[in-house]
Design a protein around this ligand. Sequence first.
Ligand SMILES: [Zn+2]
Length: 300
Amino acid sequence: MSFQKTIAKGVERNGVGLHSGVDVRLALRPAPANTGVVFRRTDLEGDAAAIPARFDHVADTRLCTAIANAHGASVATIEHVMSALSGMEVDNCFVDVSGPETPVMDGSAAPFVEMIREAGIKQQDMPRRVIRILREVRVGDDRSWARLSPADEFRLSFNIAFDNALLAAQSTQFHPGFHSFEQDVARARTFCLYEEIEGMWAAGLAKGGSLDNAVVVQGDKVLNPEGLRYEDESVRHKALDAIGDLYTAGHRIVGAYHGERAGHGLNNRLLKALFADRANYAIEQETADWEELRLVDAAD
Ligand SMILES: [Zn+2]
């Protein structure tokens, strides 16, 4: 079997919240086995402060994934931190935030990956569990949908298509056996259309948004002077978001995910549909690769 992991020590960063525009301090701290990922508001006290990063605590998915607890405490934009924790295989972690939103950093998951690298990863004395998909689950309509289906390992595919020359049609695939989360996914930034920015500002959103933390596209042009990090950065960012959203399942998933123009709302509905029927999934102990290798040896 393989074992649960946490980070070896606490690490902290300051940044600005994308929607609130407020300065926030984010710390990743080691957590005991079987904790999962729990966000804690350091500006609140007692029970009110802790919010498990689970699909059944997701309170808002309009522009980001926000979680809340029964005391009314919330943290918005958890998906990039969640993606980094999933991609780096950290099972247990406290994420301490000094306000109602995580810092956007550069709009990608790379700064959080860097924090995890700085902290180091520590194995814990408890078997790791995974969620195996047993039956196909699909939510959405013909145009936008998300699906989980049985597969031997986790893999992801994603298609986007926008009414925009640069974002017309892009596809990506992620398979941890062939791709590197750090190299191929984590660095992809949030993107938005120039035409949407005024509307968001009028609605009091994206106050902290700038060319330092989002790719801004106008027609067929990227307005960021440094250009793109990947030619298909936008669909890779959708993969990054989906990996983060799927981690609110509580464990990593063994199965195939496909997103067709899917966003945070569909990803959350997908997990709710998955867990609505016990026949859709099984929670298992993860087998380490070396164990499978030994089984192969034994069969010779
Ligand atoms: Zn995102």
